[in-house]
Design a protein around this ligand. Sequence first.
Ligand code: HH2
Length: 294
Amino acid sequence: MSTDSSWITTRFAIDLARPRVMGIVNVTPDSFSDGGRHARTDSAIAHCERLRAQGADILDIGGESTRPGSRPPSEAEERSRVMPVLRHALGLGVPVSVDTRHAALMREALELGADIINDVHGLRGEGVEQAVSEHPRAGLCVMHMRGEPATMQDAPAYADVVAEVSEFLAQRAARLQSLGVSAGRIVLDPGIGFGKTLEHNIALHQGIPQLLRLGFPVLVGWSNKSALGTITGKPVHERLAASVAAALNAAQRGARVLRVHDVAATVDALKTWQALEIEPARPAGHDTKSDNSP
Ligand code: HH2
């Protein structure tokens, strides 16, 4: 993947020359870090507007928590959480993603104009391939998960986590392309915390350059996750600094979309990091003080 690539979505080609921030909008009562805060339509809409104002490049709206032990809503309930918020978010001038594993909601969201489908199940669910192939102009985020949310953290084991996740993502990307989705619409995600120990998450994070060799941009979501609690010893509501550090390090390793709860802090951190990365023009062996040229 060239560094000047973009993610082509329904309405926007998202320029990935610099890392982009995907702001999380969980319209759920039970998400692991912000459950209940934006569960009502009006507060979720206000959250979309706040994240947009803070500089989110993408809004990711979800109506089902993947937290182990959370009660899956009925598809009708998930739909009633997501659709009114999506309808409003589509008017905010940024690409909008829908985080779901259900084909019917994907189809309805895409018919309304959603820009991206983000599926933690890697677009493998019943009817999902059919739904996305009917809307080949949408952007897709394909995430790796080992097992199912309820049991995925029960002693996950891999012989070589980076090779296995990479192989899975490559196969899913090839399959989507065979269904008519062009490569420029696909982004891959190693799925931090989804059937992985801390060591697996770190190996995948350090393996971002290897994942990039598959030829697709990489999205990473460390925000507030339990692995950061293991590293810092902090509870979920005290993981802002850890989340920002992980996001920056992912960007440094080549990740181009960072899925975060705390958009303002991540945007500031990225701006500062980028400003510090830019080398001032300093021609070698040339005294600029005595030089009148422009
Ligand atoms: N993580 C979560 C949900 N969706 N999508 C992608 N592509 N990558 C991720 O890492 C990812 C994701 C879990 O985080 P959150 O949405 O905050 O929690 P919950 O699933 O409990 O709503």
